[in-house]
Design a protein around this ligand. Sequence first.
Ligand code: NAD
Ligand code: DAU
Length: 353
Amino acid sequence: MKKYLITGCAGFIGSNFVYYMLNKYEDILLVNLDKLTYAGNLENLKDVEGDKRHVFVQGDICDRALVTGLFEKYDFDYVINFAAESHVDRSISNPEIFVETNVLGTVNLLQCAKNAWLADGKWAEGKKYLQVSTDEVYGSLGEDGYFMETTPLCPHSPYSSSKASADMFVMAFHDTYGMPVNITRCSNNYGPYQFPEKLIPLMINNVKHHKQLPVYGDGMNVRDWLYVEDHCKAIDMVANGGRDGEVYNVGGHNERPNIFIVKTIIAQLHERLQDDGIDEGLIKYVADRLGHDRRYGIDPTKIKNELGWYPETTFEVGIVKTIDWYLAHEEWMANVTSGNYQKYYEEMYKNRL
Ligand code: NAD
Ligand code: DAU
């Protein structure tokens, strides 16, 4: 049986990964270490309650004693590190926690894995550390070209700087100690369980409640959207087939300007809810994000050619599935947008709207 330490898997991508892996593998153990920050939510894992193949542990990836104890107890084959502070806007107002979790937390996991897996100068067989990274480490593209694995790192935001720094530590552990590692760098994900600070769920929630839709700048920044399950599939493939020490970019060539995404959500919800209060008049162009990257676009040739990965869900299908999920999970949305979310929204948008 393969044993995985997966971190941050009460969040958006991680909870989807838990479902993906438990659906795919009978004989598996997933130990899910998550601090349950504002972005982590046990409701996301409700459907695996009682499944013995999934063990949830509340805790911080920075906690050396806790992580060491987990290695001693479970003798992991894999570490897959999803845990992070993940929101660019929050990193602009509060960068320190991004350094703590994304950089120091990663280094702590690397140290614990090294302590457990390296003995007498030899790495134990069949082990791997996989860092879930982001295309944002490459910086911003102009109108042409794509991010390749060889594109130099050029992060702009405190978030992407912390992720790039973590990536460098992962490669340093590979180059210095010979640790078996991979890094995946994926483009923007969307799908179920995404916290409504991110563009798509925020817009779905606001449209539904006839609230203004804050579009940063001219709305023409471009993101390369991937349905979350396709990202989970890529992570599984890299964990189980990626060449040691390699980086794999993950993306499905689905670039869209932000305003296109917002208008698609308006049109979909207008039709679905038969609500005439939902129209493009809700759009409000607001002050731009500081240091806002203009365009992301992934070249996924390497993961396609080496591992046979391809995205299964087109944007047209994925966005409808996503909207359907949010409409069917009103209680989930109501719970995550109560309390602290209101304060966050007020703070983040008060000078914009
Ligand atoms: P998220 O914010 O939804 O979830 C992050 C999870 O990490 C939460 O459950 C949170 O409780 C947990 N966490 C935070 N700090 C922790 C700590 N110190 N110790 C343990 N757990 C902690 O994030 P997400 O969107 O699911 O992203 C997951 C990973 O994927 C991140 O590393 C992110 O950088 C990367 N990524 C995200 C995207 C995207 O579009 N969302 C794209 C590419 C890569
Ligand atoms: O590219 C991968 C990255 O994608 C991940 O590494 C990050 O964790 C994830 O948060 C995401 O970063 P972005 O900054 O691209 O995602 P966000 O949803 O915050 O914003 C998407 C675009 O929409 C971006 O150009 C900013 C814009 N935007 C966002 C919000 C929240 C708006 O115009 N208005 C908004 O209210």
